[in-house]
Design a protein around this ligand. Structure first.
Ligand code: ADP
Ligand code: GN1
Ligand code: MG
Length: 369
């Protein structure tokens, strides 16, 4: 039995859900954490739902630091949302207290469990079905940046060190290639050649950070479309979720990760690469929404580097999938053999597409800046 299922009952017992728990089922399609939807029946009242999550101990070595970051950031966001006349219970996540008064429960294997009220009336998209919905997600992530503009970055823990350090990701790939623990290097010649031709690119953004051209901000760092909940009725964004990697980072990476995942019409693990195409119209919609939501929070240099954010986060993510494939799929959850290699290939195809329409991407940014 997976550790999550093994400790599920203990985790359920650790929280007071305000009524009898009538079920807990696996939920969502995240690659890292174990997520369950908990159903309760509080007396005569209608059933209520909660999200119960086990933070992956292999990805996050200090879950208490993850939780401290989330507690700090969500309480800051609640104040900002209230000040702007929004609903702080709906527009950011709310942590439920465990019975012992902490905001998480730790199981015997060191996995930390937390609970959020389920945000009802929302939807979580796996692909951008319309440019307007993609733009709505973009406004939410842009606004997220703006609302955290004055958050003291030095109070945040780095929950995964060197998370978007593309140079370090490249170095790790090389180490794994040299060790070849699964004997899989022989299958990935074209992918390694693709990376080798772009080694210099891996330093472009980091160089701009080191030179002081790009500022370090409080960023989300995992801005996939399925990490924002949209209102089922209006299609507008309600809440940015999955706050485990909120830490000091680059705004262009938040922009880039959304583009990587959403500015196309394919699944991240699509095996038919003919179906994997970067969509400039979706890029346009996201750029418009992100800059609208940020309301001028970015410097001219950040705007200059937005296309690089998209291209390099996509390359970096492909490198991470490839590394995990070569290491034996320990990090990203897989549902079939070869899935991480398929994920890597879609990322590299998207990078090649972005390179091919680079000038157009830059023109889109120029239009909205
Ligand atoms: P992971 O790190 O594994 O991606 P997430 O925090 O993104 O975990 O949660 C996984 C899924 O659970 C989300 O994609 C979303 O569908 C759902 N989810 C998470 N939090 C909530 C919430 N508060 N209300 C409703 N759905 C949620
Ligand atoms: C992971 O947890 P999830 O599924 O939202 C990963 C991201 C990757 C993404 C690729 C903590 O995101 O960095 O970009 O998969 N999260 C972590 O889909 O590593
Ligand atoms: Mg997620």
């Amino acid at each position: 039995m997976a550790p999550a299922e093994q400790y599920l009952q203990k985790a359920l017992d650790a929280f007071d859900f305000g009524g009898q728990v009538v079920g807990a089922v696996r939920f969502g399609s995240g690659h890292i954490n174990d997520t369950f939807c908990v159903h309760t029946q509080p007396g005569e009242d209608p059933c209520r739902r909660f999200i119960l999550q086990r933070i992956s101990p292999s990805a996050f070595h200090h879950p208490e630091q993850v939780m401290a970051n989330i507690a700090g950031v969500t309480s800051h966001l609640k104040k900002e949302i209230a000040a702007q006349g929004g609903d702080p219970e709906r527009e950011t996540l709310s942590l439920c207290q465990a019975r012992d008064g902490r905001c998480f429960y730790t199981d015997p294997e060191g996995g930390a469990w937390r609970v959020y009220p389920f945000l009802e009336g929302t939807m979580c998209l796996q692909s951008a079905d319309t440019p307007e919905r993609f733009a709505a997600s973009a406004r939410a992530f842009g606004k997220f940046q703006r609302m955290l503009k004055d958050y003291p970055a030095d109070t945040l823990y780095e929950t995964i060190p060197h998370f978007h350090d593309t140079e370090a990701r490249l170095a790790k790939l090389k180490e794994v290639v040299a060790a070849d623990p699964m004997g899989r290097v022989k299958d990935v010649g074209p992918e390694l050649a693709f990376v080798a031709a772009r080694e210099g690119d891996c330093s472009v953004v980091l160089q701009a950070l080191r030179s002081g051209e790009l500022p370090l901000r409080v960023t989300h760092n995992d801005t996939k479309l399925n990490n924002v909940l949209l209102d089922r009725t209006t299609g507008e964004a309600v809440c940015v979720i999955d706050l485990d990697t909120v830490m000091p980072g680059l705004s262009i990476n938040d922009f880039g990760d959304s583009i990587r995942f959403g500015a196309n019409h394919c699944a991240e693990d699509e095996t038919d690469l003919d179906k994997v195409n970067f969509d400039l119209n979706l890029f346009d919609a996201y750029t418009r929404g992100f800059l609208e939501g940020a309301e001028g929070a970015f410097t001219p240099a950040e705007l200059d580097y937005l296309p690089w954010g998209a291209r390099l986060i996509t390359l970096e993510c492909g490198i991470r999938f490839l590394t995990d494939y070569l290491e034996g799929d320990h990090y990203f959850r897989i549902h079939r053999p070869g899935q991480n290699l398929d994920r890597c290939r879609t990322q590299f195809k998207l990078v090649a597409d972005m390179e091919a329409c680079w000038d157009k991407m830059c023109s889109v940014v120029d239009r909205y800046r």
